[in-house]
Design a protein around this ligand. Structure first.
Ligand SMILES: NC(=O)c1ccc[n+]([C@@H]2O[C@H](COP(=O)([O-])OP(=O)(O)OC[C@H]3O[C@@H](n4cnc5c(N)ncnc54)[C@H](OP(=O)(O)O)[C@@H]3O)[C@@H](O)[C@H]2O)c1
Length: 252
């Protein structure tokens, strides 16, 4: 039986990847700074060699801060791939994001660099690209909602529940490594305005719709649907509305 290491396995996506693998009766190690068993820090490499000893498949679901992602996503990915090679790991799976080459933000540049490190590394690899999670969209809308603002934007998204993305990532991790990237996306392609309306209705709140100013180099590809993927290999079934219905209204 293969041993899986989920780096960032305490996070929004990683916890679902770990759960899905456990459901398949796989042996799973959760690696993170605040992991109970396998404490690692990608920023200085501490704990990696011990945590990866005897591991067959590494799934990288770690994340850096949106403003300064490089120490975790880029330098951390390099440390992780090198440690995986030392440990004799046979497959490194990197979780990435649909459309990042089309939207020039600092965070997406770091994700592209992370992919490149994995591709050029010594361990056979796979890349799984997902659209945004419902959790991320809801968190952004909640943040704006604190100021009673609802974004008015034609940016196109196709969000998916992190639990469904986690199952798809776990399935891909059980296959042999492959350079053909797997794509995961949600069931509906919607504008941010539409998603914001659904969220406001669910919260039963009256919010002020305000345009979201974005530089054209970012706004134009977002409106053209760069972050969506209408024909993914794995399509989630839970819409943003039904995902919200399964949760308590968020205070704030
Ligand atoms: N959020 C989205 O909508 C979305 C969509 C598509 C793809 N993705 C990608 O999916 C991945 C996971 O995203 P997420 O939203 O699940 O992230 P998240 O909720 O922020 O979780 C990040 C995980 O990384 C761990 N971590 C952070 N810094 C670390 C460090 N220095 N060393 C070791 N572990 C560290 C965290 O645990 P500790 O803090 O305990 O270390 C946590 O387990 C990212 O690569 C992201 O780009 C995200």
């Amino acid at each position: 039986m293969s041993v899986f290491a989920v780096v960032g396995g305490t996070g929004t996506l990683g916890r679902h990847v770990a759960d899905a693998l456990r459901e398949q009766a796989a042996e799973v190690r959760v690696l993170a700074r605040r992991s109970g068993e396998y404490r690692v820090d990608l920023v200085d490499g501490s704990g990696l060699d011990a945590a990866l000893a005897g591991v067959d498949v590494v799934i990288d679901t770690s994340n850096g801060s949106p403003r300064r992602p490089e120490p975790v996503l880029v330098d951390g990915a390099r440390r992780l791939v090198q440690a995986a090679a030392r440990a004799g790991v046979s497959h490194v799976l990197c979780v990435s994001i649909v459309g990042i080459e089309q939207v020039p933000t600092g965070y997406y540049r770091a994700k592209l660099a992370q992919e490149e490190i994995v591709r050029e590394g010594p361990v056979p690899w796979s890349i799984v690209r997902s659209t945004q999670f419902h959790e991320l969209v809801a968190a952004g809308l909640q943040w704006l909602g604190r100021w009673r603002i609802s974004p008015r934007s034609n940016a196109v998204l196709q969000p998916i529940a992190a639990a469904e993305a986690g199952r798809a990532v776990a399935e891909a991790a059980g296959r042999p490594p492959s350079p053909a990237s797997v794509t995961i996306a949600g069931p509906e392609v919607q504008t941010l305005s539409m998603l914001a309306r659904v969220w406001a209705e669910r919260q039963d709140r009256r919010l002020l719709a305000l345009g979201l100013p974005l530089p054209p180099r970012i706004g134009a590809p977002l409106q053209a649907g760069a972050l969506s993927y209408p024909d993914p290999e794995f399509r989630g079934e839970t819409t943003f509305a039904s995902w919200l219905s399964g949760r308590s209204p968020i205070a704030g």
